[in-house]
Every structure is written in C-alpha cells, then in structure tokens.
Design a protein around this ligand. Sequence first.
Ligand code: NAP
Length: 250
Amino acid sequence: MSKAETIWIIGASEGIGAALAVAWAALGARLILSARSAPQLAELAASLGPRHIALPLDVGDRTSIDAAAAKVAEIGSLDRVVHLAALYDPGKIAHLDPETAAKIVTVNLTGSFHIAQIAPPLLRNGGQLALCGSVAGYIGLPQGQIYSATKAGVISLAQSLRTELAGRYDVRLISPGFVDTRLTRMNAFTMPVLVTPETAAHAIINGLNRRGFEVHFPRRLTFALKILSALPYWASLPLTGRMAKQENPS
Ligand SMILES: NC(=O)c1ccc[n+]([C@@H]2O[C@H](COP(=O)([O-])OP(=O)(O)OC[C@H]3O[C@@H](n4cnc5c(N)ncnc54)[C@H](OP(=O)(O)O)[C@@H]3O)[C@@H](O)[C@H]2O)c1
C-alpha cells in the first residue's frame, strides 16, 4: 500500500474477513468492519486500534445496508470495499430447508447485488470493489446445492460489473478454494488443499495489489477446477459424478 488506505470489509467478524482485517491493519490501513455480530466486530476493531470502526449491518436487509452506507459516506471516500459476507448449508438439494435456501440466496447473491450498487459512490475514483465468489461457483459439484448456485451468480455479477464500471472502478473477483473457517467446518468430507484464514488473507491482499480480475487460491486446486469447468459436459459431468460417489458411496 502506498498510503494509509481506508478499506470497508463486509463479513469481517469471522474467518477470512477477520484475518484480512488483522493483516490489513498491520499494513497501516484504516478499516471499517461490518457483519451482523456487533459485539464481535467491536472487540475486533478495539483489538486492532483506535482508528478502526465497527459498523454492524445485515447484507440481507437493504435498509440496514443503506443506513451503514450513509455512515460510511460521512467518514470519507474509500480506497476499497471487500465484500465477503455469505451463508452456507451443505447437503443434498432434497434435504435442504426451503427457508434456509431462500436466506442463502438473499444473503449471498442479493446481498452482493446490494453491495455492488451502494459501493461505487463511496469509492474514490479508481477505487476497488471486490466480491467473493468461490471455486464452488466454477461448476456444479456434488453436495454443492444452493450455495454453489449463488456463487456462480456472484461470479457473473462481478464479470458484468468489471466491464460496466471499467475506467472508473477496479472490480475484482475473489475465488477461494477451501479455507479452514466455521463455514467449511460444516463439511463432512476431507477438503483438498485446505488453507488457514491467514494464508487466504495473504493471498487476497497480494492478489488485490496486483493487476488482473480474479484472485484465486490455492492454485493447485483452483487450476484443476478451472480445467474441469472448461471441459465439455460429456467429459466434466462423469468426473463430478465420480466425486459424488466418493463422498457418498451409498
Ligand atoms: N471458507 C472457505 O473455504 C471458502 C471457500 C470459498 C469461498 N468462501 C467465501 O469466502 C467468504 C468468507 O467466508 P468464511 O469462510 O470466512 O466464512 P465465515 O467464517 O462464516 O464468515 C462469514 C462472514 O460473513 C458474515 N455474514 C454472514 N451473513 C451476514 C449477513 N447477513 N450480513 C452481514 N454479514 C454476514 C459473518 O458474520 P456474522 O455472522 O456476524 O454476520 C462473517 O463475518 C464467503 O463469501 C464465502 O462464501 C469461503
């Protein structure tokens, strides 16, 4: 970072977002930290130092987002908005609770749309807006259910915005592989190339400081899945079907 940046991290109370906050604070950034859990955010902000601000919000609720955006506008223009908030509930589609499924769509996909709409006016000219997809959005995987579909939607949204806002804002897509957080602790299978939130934060900061659209990691996993998703369906679907059998032999 060439100067002390002002960065709004949404989804900062836990996991990758909290690790990013710690890493960016150590680099001298001034942070606005958002998520639903106000006490957790306040504790994190206080632990990082007095210049950081805890700003609770619910990305599933536009009124709450608008209220937070109004407060951010008073702080001054932002260098980056990094949106990580998401929900997850693994399992087969047949076993998913419809209300939970609707909430996942609202938070992960509609929430990303809300942030994509309110962030640009808060950014300085040339500022960065990063949305978080997932390798789960590259291709429909077994047990991927509604979460994967929302992440495919976020990838598409980020692609659209990248061209729509070109020349004015730097739109980025973050595509993590498996990171050890409360989200992936719900997985019942052995996750390949699992990394820590600190490693993820390091990869994200480095990637966002470089040129290019997508920040994806760990590359050993992401490149393999990119190749899988680029294959024609007659080749890729039997391979993903084999993964389903390995995860659930019955
Ligand atoms: N972990 C992985 O392996 C992995 C892989 C690929 C992609 N990702 C993506 O990486 C991002 C971060 O995931 P993570 O693993 O760090 O998950 P996490 O530990 O569960 O953290 C998710 C964060 O989002 C916040 N959040 C959830 N619902 C929210 C809402 N309605 N409004 C505002 N904030 C909300 C949570 O805080 P509150 O509960 O306090 O609101 C928390 O700070 C997500 O977009 C996830 O899809 C993760």
